[in-house]
Design a protein around this ligand. Structure first.
Ligand code: ADP
Ligand code: MG
Length: 569
């Protein structure tokens, strides 16, 4: 059997001209007859490596996007403008994936029964391609997608099956060696959850500290990840570049597509770093240990290695599902718990550099309706903010809540990476921008931390630079805002600012020693002054709003800031 059957240049020409619907038969003809699957895969691989390889890839790519997983089927009519980038991204990856990874996929697609659904075919195509799996996941979590598409993408996410339970058990045994006996570890023979980088299984062990058998979960790095990781990072980088070079071709906001690929890269980079997540878990545990109603899984240090993380098993459902079963009053409580745990606690922590969770989508937040406890899992992505940054940020939230233009402007300037003096032209530009922004906020609701973050984002577009962790926190707040929307959160009345202020008050009063807020006495005086002026200023705006309604001027149609991040991912 010769592997060079597919390498001649006549084939190359033929391939380029071939209509995708004929490709299947042609390819099947190229393959050595009566050969084993391994031999056939090697033949395709050799073809991909041959001079005709690129033509073969291009044709295959067209076959995939036009025939077997048609983009029209994948992306509904309502998302018409997503079709071209999805198509181009798929072609891009098929054109670059290494022959050793692509060849078995092509053979598999050839051999799947003709009536196999596009969804199943897509799942097979992205199997063991963590970059694409993660991309699907990131898009699936976009709060602005319609439920039908979100569900479809979530099905995709839940359909990842790259490892078998026995493989996972084997990895655990190999990694732990004699520790399996020593701690009497018993691993459940089923996978609890599988995502792009890791699989999670339950286990029990004997804790020598108390002699008791305890429950835990292992998060296990999937075996192909170390080998495939670099390649996936490469094509994601390539995709970010590809779409940033063509950002005007697709009709999306300038940075949306490249930023999406960058986000996927960042998530992947941190998710493979198990040692870092283990350290973060310990730190997070310390940060939340005195906070009632919030749990962080405990690291089971003796059972951790660079490829497996052992944690206490926690209870609860995905927070949005859990909240859906609760009456409205309790949902409100959940919403406040979320703001308090994910924003107020890190913001007002005593440490010099406090961490915050960088990826708090609903799947990483477990809620136990019986105990009312919230568990924050999955600490792969985290960032730090210094004490000083957090102090200014906390004040910014409060100032925006109070609609105080001078206070808001001061905090914005303090947070910026440049040293902008308030008297400089740029400082004046910021001041005007802030005043205008606050004036345009709807009067019917309290402004929130999300408004503060929108303000920073808008200023960033005007060229004001803010530190990276702050940008990440703004994404966190938009994610959180989406979850609060799903839950039926604290829209009418309790914003981020108020929840934060209350958190400060409660913890400061009840627990002064442990709670050393980065806010200084001087800040409290500022706050009190703002609060005194607050009612008056709000009234003024109300009056203006009424006047505007009664005597509308052509150019004063206020735009709700929330309506402007409609296509964010
Ligand atoms: N400590 C835990 N207790 C119970 N279930 C857990 C725990 N950690 C993870 N899980 C389950 O495993 C899933 C994946 O874990 P996670 O840490 O979010 O990793 P990733 O999202 O990167 O796969 C979670 O959504 C949850 O269902
Ligand atoms: Mg997760």
């Amino acid at each position: 059997m010769s592997a060079t059957v597919v390498s001649s240049s006549t084939i190359e020409d033929g391939l380029r001209q071939m209509a995708p619907e004929h490709l299947r038969a042609a390819l099947a003809n190229f393959l050595p007859k009566g050969a084993t699957a391994a031999e056939q895969t090697r033949a395709i691989e050799a073809g991909l490596r041959s001079p005709a390889g690129q033509a073969m890839r291009d044709t295959m790519a067209r076959w995939i996007v036009d025939e077997i997983v048609p983009v029209e089927r994948l992306v509904p009519q309502a998302y018409l403008k997503w079709r071209p980038p999805v198509r181009d991204a798929m072609m891009f990856v098929v054109a670059r994936l290494s022959p050793a990874r692509l060849a078995p996929k092509l053979l598999e697609q050839l051999e799947l029964p003709l009536d196999t659904s596009a969804e199943v075919r897509l799942l097979r195509l992205i199997a063991k391609v963590p970059g694409l799996q993660k991309l699907g996941q990131v898009i699936a979590r976009n709060q602005h997608l319609r439920p039908a598409l979100r569900n479809a993408l979530e099905r995709l996410e839940n359909g990842i099956r790259d490892v078998r339970p026995e493989d996972v058990v084997a990895i655990i045994r190999r990694e732990l060696g004699p520790r399996v006996e020593k701690y009497d570890v018993k691993v459940a023979p089923a996978i609890l959850s599988e995502a792009s980088v890791s699989a999670v299984v339950r286990f029990t062990w004997r804790n020598p500290e108390n002699g008791k058998r305890e429950r835990g979960v292992f998060k296990v790095l999937k075996p192909h990840i170390p080998e495939y990781f670099a390649e996936d990072m490469d094509y994601l980088q390539g995709l970010a570049q590809y779409f940033s070079d063509r950002q005007h071709n697709y009709g999306f906001p300038a940075k949306l597509l490249p930023d999406t690929f960058k986000k996927v890269r960042r998530l992947l980079r941190h998710e493979v770093n198990f040692a870092r997540e283990q350290k973060t878990l310990v730190e997070a545990w310390g940060l939340y240990k005195s906070m009632r109603g919030v749990r962080i899984p405990r690291l089971i240090q003796p059972l951790c290695t660079p490829r497996i993380t052992a944690l206490t098993e926690e209870r609860g459902l995905k927070v949005t599902n859990a909240a859906a079963r609760l009456p409205v009053a309790r949902r409100r409580k959940v919403a406040e718990q979320l703001i308090e745990a994910l924003i107020a606690v890190p913001l007002l922590a005593a440490q010099e550099d406090a961490i915050f969770h960088g990826d708090p989508h609903a799947g990483n937040l477990l809620y136990d309706n019986r105990t009312g406890e919230l568990t924050i899992i999955d600490w792969a992505l985290r960032e730090r903010l210094s004490r000083d940054q957090r102090r200014h940020l906390a004040l910014l939230f409060l100032m925006v809540t109070l609609r105080d233009p001078v206070g808001t402007c001061n905090e914005v300037l303090a947070l910026s990476q440049q040293h902008i003096r308030s008297a400089s032209p740029r400082g004046r530009m910021v001041a005007e921008f802030v005043t205008h922004f606050l004036g345009e906020l709807p009067v019917v609701r309290l402004p929130s931390g999300v408004d503060a973050m929108l303000l920073l984002e808008r200023l960033a577009m005007k060229g004001v630079k803010f530190p990276g962790p702050l940008i990440m926190l703004s994404k966190v707040m938009f994610t959180l805002d989406g979850i609060l929307g799903d839950i039926g959160g604290p829209d009418n009345g309790l914003g981020f600012g108020v929840t934060i202020a209350r958190h400060v008050a409660q913890h400061w009063i009840t627990n002064r020693k442990e709670f050393r807020s980065p806010l200084k006495t001087r800040d409290w005086v500022t706050l009190q002054c703002s609060a005194l002026l607050y009612t008056g200023r709000l009234w003024l705006q109300c009056e203006q709003a009424i006047l505007d309604r009664l005597l509308p001027a052509a150019s004063t149609a206020a735009v709700s800031p929330a309506s402007n991040h409609g296509s964010r991912i």
